[in-house]
Design a binder for this molecule. Structure first.
Ligand SMILES: C[S@@+](CC[C@H](N)C(=O)[O-])C[C@H]1O[C@@H](n2cnc3c(N)ncnc32)[C@H](O)[C@@H]1O
Length: 348
């Protein structure tokens, strides 16, 4: 029993948060997620049982059982409630989305079990919508009434040993510490870059799946997109350098240059910079700056996983490439979870 803490991971997905918690010395006893496709990947890589359930059902008995025989070790509850309702790429109104209150559902479990530590991760847009602000305020107020000290802050994963710019809202709380502070600057060294993460994987063609490297699968490209990526300059180029004929209708009228995200789609990553934020479509050339820095294809699932700091032997046990991309893009980068947990649990 070398692990000093015991944990439960709510909304565990394929296990990015869990893998980081395990690395930080947490004996994770259970992961809960509504999506059955996460199960094999979660359990086989982490050796932690997966409960396929909606957190809105009553999971108290299951959680009580998971926390048995913890031998007085402090408990951490982690939660990455789904971010879609608040994410930048979502156009529909916040109010309509049924997942909006899942943070409150998680709060219900915290108030019942009173874990010593709480760690939440979400998209920063949670804090910038009126409804999101209200949800956070209520969450922190309820924690405070229950004796928790807490802090909320926005961090960039690139400052936590992750080769990716990925801004996230973090909530930390503890009822056994007098001071709780979300780190406001780098906790690791210099920001790692794309080259360090994916520079050594064997080359691939668009549409190729290699069996010798797990999940080194690249999406097929239709003829037009192959033409586009061949024309986009290596190492950070984008559609601004290609002829009008090759630009898709939605990207023809560049008008004002300088609106970053607009040019990212169909772009290539830069070797010596952190990657852009990976999403659930991170294997798709037409969904972001997901072009390989020099090969004529989008990044493979394995490369996306490496940019999320999953170890190379973390296998995604799903048949469909788009399912694997969803699991990878949704995950909390392992190193971000590790550094945040270490910071919260060790008080620094
Ligand atoms: C941002 S992802 C979590 C990523 C995960 N923590 C990781 O590090 O890999 C959010 C997860 O919430 C799950 N989810 C959504 N609604 C849920 C619900 N009502 N109950 C349980 N899980 C839910 C989704 O299936 C998704 O896997």
């Amino acid at each position: 029993m070398s692990k000093r803490f015991v944990g439960i991971d709510f909304f565990c997905g394929c296990g990015g948060m869990t893998a980081g918690l395990l690395k930080a010395g947490v004996d994770v006893r259970l992961g809960v997620d509504i999506d059955p496709i996460c199960k094999d990947t979660y359990e086989k890589n982490n050796g932690v049982p997966f409960e396929c359930a909606d957190v809105r059902t009553n999971l108290r008995t299951r959680i009580t059982r998971a926390l048995e025989k913890k031998h007085n070790r402090p408990v951490i509850f982690a939660a990455c409630a789904p971010c879609q309702p608040f994410s930048k790429v979502r156009k529909s109104g916040v109010k309509k989305h049924p997942d909006t209150n899942l943070l409150n559902v998680f709060l219900g479990y915290v108030l019942v079990f009173k874990p010593e530590y709480v760690l939440c991760e979400n998209v920063p847009q949670l804090e910038s919508s009126t409804k999101g602000k209200r949800i956070i305020k209520k969450f922190l107020k309820s924690l405070s009434a229950c004796g928790y000290k807490s802090d909320v802050g926005v961090v960039n994963a690139a400052d936590f040993d992750v080769p990716q710019n990925r801004w996230r809202l973090v909530i930390m709380a503890s009822r056994v510490r007098n001071v709780v502070k979300v780190p406001d600057g780098p906790t690791a060294g210099a920001q790692p870059v794309v080259r360090e993460a994916i520079g050594n994987f064997p080359p691939l063609f668009a549409g190729e799946r290699r069996d010798d490297v797990p999940n080194h699968w690249a999406a097929k490209l239709e003829t037009k997109n192959l033409e586009r990526i061949r024309a986009v300059p290596k190492d950070g180029g984008d559609l601004r350098s290609v002829t009008m004929r090759l630009r898709p209708p939605s990207r023809k009228n560049f008008g004002h240059y300088g609106h970053g995200g607009f040019f990212d789609v169909y772009g290539r990553m830069k070797w010596d910079a952190p990657a852009p934020t990976l999403t659930t479509r991170c294997n798709s050339y037409s969904n972001g700056r997901y072009g390989h820095p020099e090969q004529d294809r989008a990044i493979s699932i394995r490369e996306a996983a490496a940019l999320q700091t999953f170890p190379d032997n973390y296998v995604f046990h799903v048949g469909m490439q788009n399912d694997a991309a969803k699991l990878v893009g949704n995950a909390v980068p392992v190193n971000l979870a590790f550094h945040l947990a270490k910071f919260l649990l060790n008080g620094r």
